[in-house]
Design a protein around this ligand. Structure first.
Ligand code: SF4
Ligand code: F3S
Length: 86
């Protein structure tokens, strides 16, 4: 799955949402019942690994899971945890 990492925080450009063919990028408050708005998150089980979102992000926040830079590896878990219990 693809993962949204630290550069999204404070930017939330949302261009990624428009290009995702399966609508698996979730915005936060008021959307889907999730209560968080620091960044956007990709649902790891819904992402079909199409790659469309990666070049759409102006701040290069999105990476395929295996390509997440070392300093942002914890965002793999942050994205997954966001959907736990939702
Ligand atoms: Fe959506 Fe494709 Fe990005 Fe996965 S890789 S979040 S399916 S646009
Ligand atoms: Fe965030 Fe980039 Fe999407 S800033 S909302 S991951 S386009």
């Amino acid at each position: 799955a693809y993962v949204i990492t630290q550069p999204c925080i404070g930017t939330k450009d949302a261009s990624c949402v428009d290009v995702c063919p399966v609508d698996c990028i979730h915005p936060g408050p008021g959307e889907d019942g999730y209560d968080d708005n620091e960044q956007l998150y990709i649902h790891p089980d819904e992402c079909i690994d199409c790659g469309a979102c990666e070049p759409a992000c102006p701040v290069t926040a999105i990476f395929e899971e295996s390509a997440v830079p070392a300093e942002w590896k914890q965002w793999i878990k942050i994205n997954a945890d966001f959907f736990q219990g939702a």
